[in-house]
Design a protein around this ligand. Structure first.
Ligand code: CO
Ligand code: CO
Ligand code: CO
Length: 307
């Protein structure tokens, strides 16, 4: 076993030969949007992301479904699965099976199997002081999804957040592979704060995040001001309050963004500062909205300074 449970990485990695290792991950959740087809697309993009976050290439996948049989129209499930399959096709991944159980709530996701060269695994450990922290999607999916559930998001806001959640992290990963990655993960339920903490925990380095550089969806600030903060945001804020230090005068909205749980969020990468600008330009060339949002530091250690 090359990557296991110990550092809460995105996927498990198991060596098959000197040239080949298996990457395995599983993820499923309740709907985040009303449209069942879009939910299928999002769930698949999210499940595949953990393979990309390891530097891997996904090959095959299996559906995991819970469904309130007899209480919900089976056509809804069909649309969810069609979304998942379309996203797998786009990724060039084969659906090889699956399993469903009857449950009071619809839940959907996939287990994904991929491959990676054992010498080119991106774990969440390996950042060095001076490395840039690069994020490849805007933040705020939790906030905007909460506003959507309350019926308060505009059609434009829904389109923007759905387009981001359905997007594969494949392009971002392929650009990053060309330039080199010191450490990588993807931003999901623990938010930027939790997943960036995974990159510094136990490593003796720290992180400085530039609040003004944080990318967000156009209406996220407005939705946050209206109080559409998901429960996970407050849990993340409480859980990492000893790790994250916000400087005096930091915009409170940037603290919300850092703690907001993401669904199918972007890749979060430690990049050698000498190649960071070229990497960002190459990302933009593929319409990946990647930005440098901070820098790893020698001091203070194992702390995230937001300023
Ligand atoms: Co992950
Ligand atoms: Co995951
Ligand atoms: Co990783």
């Amino acid at each position: 076993m090359l990557v296991g449970f110990d550092r809460s990485d995105d996927a498990g990695v198991y060596r098959l030969t000197d040239e080949l290792a298996l990457v395995q991950t599983v993820d499923f959740f309740t709907p985040v949007v009303d449209d069942p087809y879009q939910f299928g697309l999002i769930a698949a993009a999210n499940s595949l992301s953990d393979v990309y976050a390891m530097g891997g290439r996904p090959l095959c996948a299996m559906n995991i479904v819970t469904f309130p049989a007899g209480k919900m129209d089976i056509g809804i499930l069909r649309e969810v699965l069609r979304g998942g399959l379309d996203k797998l096709r786009e990724a060039g991944v084969a659906l090889v099976g699956g399993h469903s159980v009857t449950d009071p709530e619809l839940k959907y996701g996939l287990s994904v199997t991929g491959v990676v060269h054992p010498d080119r695994i991106w774990t969440n450990e390996g950042a060095r002081p001076g490395d840039r922290l690069v994020l490849t999607k805007p933040l705020g999916t939790g906030i905007v999804n909460t506003a959507i559930k309350a019926g308060e998001a505009s059609a434009a806001a829904i389109d923007e957040v759905v387009a981001s959640m359905v997007r594969l992290n494949r392009d971002a990963a392929s650009v990053a592979a060309r330039f080199g990655v010191r450490a990588c993960t993807d931003v999901t339920g623990f938010g930027l704060v939790g997943h960036s903490d995974e990159m510094i925990r136990g490593t003796g380095i720290g992180l400085r995040i530039d609040a003004a550089a944080l990318p967000s969806f156009a209406e996220a600030r407005e939705h946050a001001a209206m109080g559409f903060l998901p429960g996970g945001l407050q849990r993340n804020r409480d859980h990492w309050k000893a790790t994250m230090h916000a400087a005096a005068g930091v915009d409170p909205f940037s603290i919300d963004l850092v703690c907001d749980p993401q669904t199918s969020g972007g890749l979060l990468m430690a990049i050698d500062p000498t190649v960071a600008d070229a990497l960002l330009a190459a990302m933009r060339h593929l319409d990946v909205p990647a930005v440098a949002i901070g820098e790893f530091t020698a001091d203070p250690k194992e702390r995230i300074d937001l300023r």
